[in-house]
Design a protein around this ligand. Structure first.
Ligand SMILES: [Fe+2]
Length: 203
């Protein structure tokens, strides 16, 4: 009896195919990468199920290899589910609770946008605006691969994919223009839904 359950890729909202500046072809290719992360997560968990634990070793072992790459697959799933979920909106100025949080913790929306864009320009994979439950504030964290530098006890609310696969088709090497397009397609209602769902304090 397996102790895990296979998961399926979440479907894309139709709005993802009509983004401003990010093409349908780019989103479709990007979605196939996400499907790959889901498939590998299921495959790795099935292999772990059957693995003999006695050979575990920090230098090399099947257990180590599978668990390291599981973190890459699961990171790829979680990062992309955030990314796809909060695109398809009108961008512009944030609204509601997230607007207040951004102004409180960054001083202004412009300062938040400038810092997230800079963090994205400095990253090799991801930049996240996360609510850090220990520091009681938003912060723009950096990530390189799918599984590098997420921090414990922080909830990502904006997930900016800066892997080349996210923009090369539409912007070639102009990552800055892609990041501007990312901002222009954010759905603030989705982000505010996460603020409410996770009961992030707004006072
Ligand atoms: Fe991606």
């Amino acid at each position: 009896m397996p102790t895990y359950t296979d998961i399926k890729p979440r479907e894309l909202k139709p709005a993802l195919f009509e983004l401003d500046g990010i093409s349908r072809a780019s989103i479709e290719a990007h979605y196939r990468l996400y499907q790959g992360y889901v498939g590998k997560r299921n495959e790795i968990l099935a292999r772990l199920e059957a693995l003999d634990r006695t050979g575990a070793n920090q230098v090399y072992s099947d257990l180590r290899a599978l668990k390291v790459e599981l973190s890459f697959a699961v990171g790829g799933i979680k990062n992309h589910e955030l990314y796809f979920a909060h695109l398809g909106g009108e961008g512009g100025e944030p609204t509601g609770a997230i607007d207040g949080l951004i102004r409180r913790d960054f001083g202004s929306v412009a300062a938040w946008r400038e810092d997230l864009k800079a963090t994205g320009m400095a990253s090799r994979g991801w930049a996240w605006t996360a609510y850090d439950w220990d520091e009681h504030r938003l912060f723009n964290y950096i990530g390189d691969a799918q599984n590098t530098y997420p921090v414990w006890n922080a909830t990502p609310l904006v997930a900016l994919d800066t892997y080349e696969h996210a923009y090369f088709l539409d912007f070639q090497t102009d990552r800055g223009a892609y990041i501007d397009a990312f901002f222009a397609n954010l759905d603030w209602d989705v982000v505010n839904g996460w603020v409410a769902a996770y009961s992030i304090p707004t006072a």
